[in-house]
Design a protein around this ligand. Sequence first.
Ligand SMILES: [Zn+2]
Length: 457
Amino acid sequence: MSANSRRRALRRMGSLALLLQAPTLVRAASAASIVAVRVWPAADYTRVTLESDRPLAAKHFLVDSPDRLVIDIDGLELSPGLRELLGKIKPDDPFIAAVRVGQNQPRVVRIVLDLKQVVAPQIFTLEPVAAYKHRLVFDLYPQQERDPLLALIREKEQAETQAAQAVQDALGELIGRIDRPASVASPQPQPIRPPASAPALSTPAPAPPPSPPSINQNRLDRLIVIALDPGHGGEDPGAIGPTGLREKDVVLAISRKLRDRLNSNPNIRVMMTRDGDFFVPLHERVRKARRVQADLFVSIHADAFITPKARGASVFALSQGGASSTAARWIADKENRADLVGGVNTVAVKDAEVMRAMLDMSTAAQIKDSLKLGSEVLNQIGKVGRLHKRSVEQAGFAVLKAPDMPSILVETAFISNPEEEAKLRDPDYQDELVEALATGIARYFAKNPPLARHRAL
Ligand SMILES: [Zn+2]
């Protein structure tokens, strides 16, 4: 802050103090108070939530060079609660470099977000729901959405190059040790047979430009892509166990382990619908899976039930008609409410509705394949833990509605059961569960080989 602007700010504060003493402004007591501020940074988008005891109205505008997002909030006084926002911006936030808050006018608070990149902001309010009071939400999206399929392929190519390099290094060392001339051509080990057109790894100088790497369509078509969907996240903690274990955290931990386990197969690549603690709307989870043309969709949960005695894992598939049991319907209703707690922008809901209408075209074939996948997974889980029910259940889960890919939702255990909460927390049990899930998926593919895909980049 320059000396000048500091003086200006002081002057403003002085006049504000005077105004506050004026009897006409006694109703300043009716200003909203901030209950909590939360920041959820992620590569997809960063969310800032201001929770208050009454609804807040905000106006915003973007300023460039340097890029800033300015938000004016009506009916609010600067308070220690709001100032907490300053300490909540992490240095690795992909979008926000810094934040400033100030009393712009009496009862108008100005928040200035210094940006690391140009953003497409969405600012909206949410009515009180679950444990939350009124929420004012700023979602900072990148102006250009990154291509998830391209990211997946690049990641795979990088992993392959590194693996090949490691083998070459080891070979080089071995060759050196047995004292052969270095000019002996080293083999080019590759996890996957390279097509004739593939560029040799030991291309002589000049070095090729670093980007963009060429992507071979054949290899792309042969790749098995699995969409893993850790439930909940961000504002939506999911269910909470008796000692405080949160569903959103434990399902992310299990999903990450399962991703690494599946990615160890060179022909498989996992796309996670979220790899961090942020909320992804239900239709967006399905859209992400469809954008990478996934061969499977597996949603991972650990829910609570009405009674703490409920125990055991369950696997669900979509139902076109009614639910297969009252419990299945109850769980589906509960999962489908995630958007309310997680917080979805109702202005952008039109897209969501179009998406939903399209997803309602789910076919009987999808459900048939989902039941096959589900029973393979259920069989394996039954070997490491207790099952809630011995058959795959069905209900109208919004997240299982991709019409073109087998989709299951796995309730790994009831986090509301003290014994199962302890198991979910145990890394060894998580490993067993991951092994069971991976084996179930592998058995499904062994019996139902994926069709050659024609993925378009
Ligand atoms: Zn859940």
